[in-house]
Write a protein that binds this ligand. Structure first.
Ligand SMILES: Cc1cc2nc3c(=O)[nH]c(=O)nc-3n(C[C@H](O)[C@H](O)[C@H](O)COP(=O)(O)O)c2cc1C
Length: 330
């Protein structure tokens, strides 16, 4: 069975990648993911905030001496935590590259075009094969227009693409007024791929302590549907690579994402729950299903259910809305 696919110009052994998450923090763990069949790995993000904090400390050390720098320690990335700071991040890329042979993608996470985007070049120089840009941004200011929000993402891509030769994918949220139009603008700005979609972690409210409580929940398969719809809409209209992230847990999920147009599917929650070996079991199940249904290759399935090829394009768009509501029986 031919499970190969092309993502960001890389010939991948199969569509299952590991998305950015703590599984990418140690070289041994990454070796285990490769052995289980992962075709590529996105490392956890290096955050704009980490880069700015490290630059600030350096500036303070140079201009005022260590005493003042110590006073800012509260802003430092925790050296033992998930976010290790820029220097250790770049070092980590080199170690991971030496440990495995699958493509390793760095990840930069930020919201403004600025000095921190120069880390794209450092990530390239450290040996990353590609870069994922996570433009995780929540507009909270009533004065900021939708166009300005989109411009942020486009300018980040332009700045990064001017600096690096490796392929660049953009991880987007679903909260834009026209995702296809933004996708086209990002493609025109040089993006090589889109990763859809970021999950926004919804904070909860503690009504006793009157506090906002961050709480991270892993995804469920239900979340995949939003991705399937937009993969179907984007695939066939855009030339860049498409990856799904969010809600892909099983072989069936991956087959659906591929059919709607994904070139690669990133897993995180499923691997945090079941461990790296989940990849091997899922690949086996995909092959089995394809055999049972007379598919010879992943490429044959790719985009076969997208908006331009599905027998029922209206089901992805508004026209199905009324019909779906009518289908409810009391
Ligand atoms: C513990 C944890 C850490 C994550 N860290 C990052 C990160 O550093 N950068 C990023 O772009 N996404 C990060 N993500 C989001 C995942 O890459 C992924 O997009 C999301 O979990 C949806 O995929 P899933 O349904 O397979 O979990 C993280 C997710 C989890 C659960």
């Amino acid at each position: 069975m031919d499970l190969t696919t092309t993502y960001l110009g890389f010939e991948l052994a199969n569509p299952i990648m590991v998305g950015a998450c703590p599984l990418g923090t140690d070289a041994d763990g990454i070796r285990r993911l490769e052995q289980a069949g992962a075709s590529a790995i996105v490392l956890p993000s290096l955050f704009e905030e980490e880069i700015r904090a490290a630059a600030m400390t350096q500036f303070e050390l140079e201009s005022t001496g260590a005493g003042f720098a110590e006073a800012t320690l509260g802003y430092h990335p925790d050296p033992d935590g998930y976010h290790v700071g820029p220097d250790r991040y770049l070092d980590h890329i080199g170690k991971v590259k030496a440990a495995v042979s699958i493509p390793i993608m760095g990840s930069l996470n930020g919201t403004t075009a600025g000095g921190w985007t120069s880390y794209a070049k450092k990530i390239e120089d450290a040996g990353a094969d590609a870069l994922e840009l996570n433009v995780y941004y929540l507009p909270v200011d009533a004065k900021e227009t939708g166009e300005e929000v989109e411009r942020r993402a486009v300018e980040i891509v332009q700045a990064v693409k001017a600096d690096v030769k490796i392929p660049v994918a953009v991880k987007l949220s679903p909260f834009f007024s026209s995702i296809p139009h933004l996708g086209k603008k990002l493609q025109d700005a040089g993006a090589d791929g889109l990763v859809i979609f970021n999950r926004f972690y919804q904070p909860d409210i503690d009504i006793e302590d009157l506090d906002v409580v961050p709480n991270l929940r892993l995804s469920t398969t239900d979340e995949l549907r939003l991705r399937l719809r937009w993969l179907a809409i984007l695939s066939g209209q855009l030339e860049l690579s498409l990856a799904a992230t969010g809600g892909a847990h099983t072989a069936v999920d991956i087959i659906k994402a591929v059919m709607t147009g994904a070139h690669a599917v990133q897993l995180v929650s499923a691997l945090l729950i079941h461990g790296p070996e989940h990849i091997a079991r899922t690949l086996e199940a995909i092959s089995f299903w394809m055999q049972e249904h007379d598919y010879q290759s992943i490429r044959q399935m790719q985009g076969s259910m997208n908006l331009t090829r599905t027998p029922n394009p209206k089901a992805f768009a508004r026209a199905n809305y009324m019909k779906m509501l009518d289908s409810w029986e009391m």
